[in-house]
Design a binder for this molecule. Structure first.
Ligand code: PEP
Length: 254
């Protein structure tokens, strides 16, 4: 059995007071779970260093990740964050291709693949979000969209791209909608993604995980996590509510 991965994506939320109130009880709670489950929180990036300072490196039971990275290493790119800087402060996991960045910041599949490549070069772990819009779902294009989003990564990063990486299957219509995809649909597409990746390579893939994201709550977590090809969750809204988030971790580990 694999160790599930639970990722909390805080997006543009949180402040210093909230951080203290959240992380101290979370860390205590994780004493019981951190060996069975990998928990990663991606706060706004400027708080990462603060959270690291609150916890000495040996008592932290969770990992911190970034919600984004630039596709350049350094130079005249005002406001960006580089993979070297993330590595420098000890960050290991980086979300890329979130639908909010694809839409709000016009990030194309090619830009996302460049980011993926840069992360792999620095031995950081990409959490690549893929998934279809409502319209694409209605037009039965889910598989096609996932294939397109995966293919561009293979084209730019080669056949070992997905070793040591995470794909978060996030149907865009389910994000922040209180309307999660049905467990059976999630299993169907996760299985498809896993097989599609296997079909494109000639080696046994290592350390590759598939997450589901889109309105995960304590109510749907059990059904979703028990699907064979779902290795964990990428959680937005519920990751900002400590009780809800810890309950999901508990359910994931029953
Ligand atoms: C997300 O933003 O990736 C997400 C899954 O959000 P939510 O859990 O709120 O749907």
């Amino acid at each position: 059995m694999i160790k599930p991965i639970i990722i909390g994506n805080w997006k543009l939320n949180g402040n210093k007071v909230f951080i203290r109130k959240f992380f101290e009880p979370l860390n205590r709670f994780l004493s019981k779970y951190h060996k069975k489950c990998t928990v990663i929180i991606t706060p706004p990036v400027l708080y990462i260093y603060l959270i690291q300072k609150i916890f000495s490196s040996n008592n932290k039971k969770f990992f911190l990740g970034s919600q984004n990275v630039d596709n350049h290493i350094l130079g005249p790119f005002t406001g960006e964050i580089s993979s070297c800087m993330l590595k420098d402060i000890g960050v290991k996991y980086v979300i890329i291709g979130h639908s909010e960045r694809r839409f709000n910041h016009k990030e194309s599949n090619t830009i996302i693949a460049k980011k993926f490549h840069i992360l792999k070069e620095k031995k950081l772990i990409p959490i690549l979000c893929i998934g279809e819009t409502q319209e694409e779902k209605i037009n039965k294009k889910t598989k096609e969209i996932c294939m397109e989003q995966i293919d561009v990564i293979f084209n730019i990063c080669g056949s070992y791209a997905f070793d040591n990486s995470i794909i978060a299957y996030e149907p865009i219509w389910a994000i922040g909608s209180k309307n999660s995809a049905k467990a059976k649909e999630v299993q169907y597409i996760s299985h498809f993604i896993r097989n599609y990746i296997k079909s494109k390579i000639n080696h046994k893939i290592k350390n590759f995980f598939i997450q589901y994201g889109g309105s995960v709550t304590r109510k749907n977590a059990k059904k979703l996590i028990t699907q064979k090809d779902v290795d964990g969750f990428l959680i937005g809204g519920s990751s900002l509510k400590l009780k809800e988030f810890t309950k999901i971790i508990e359910i994931t580990n029953i």
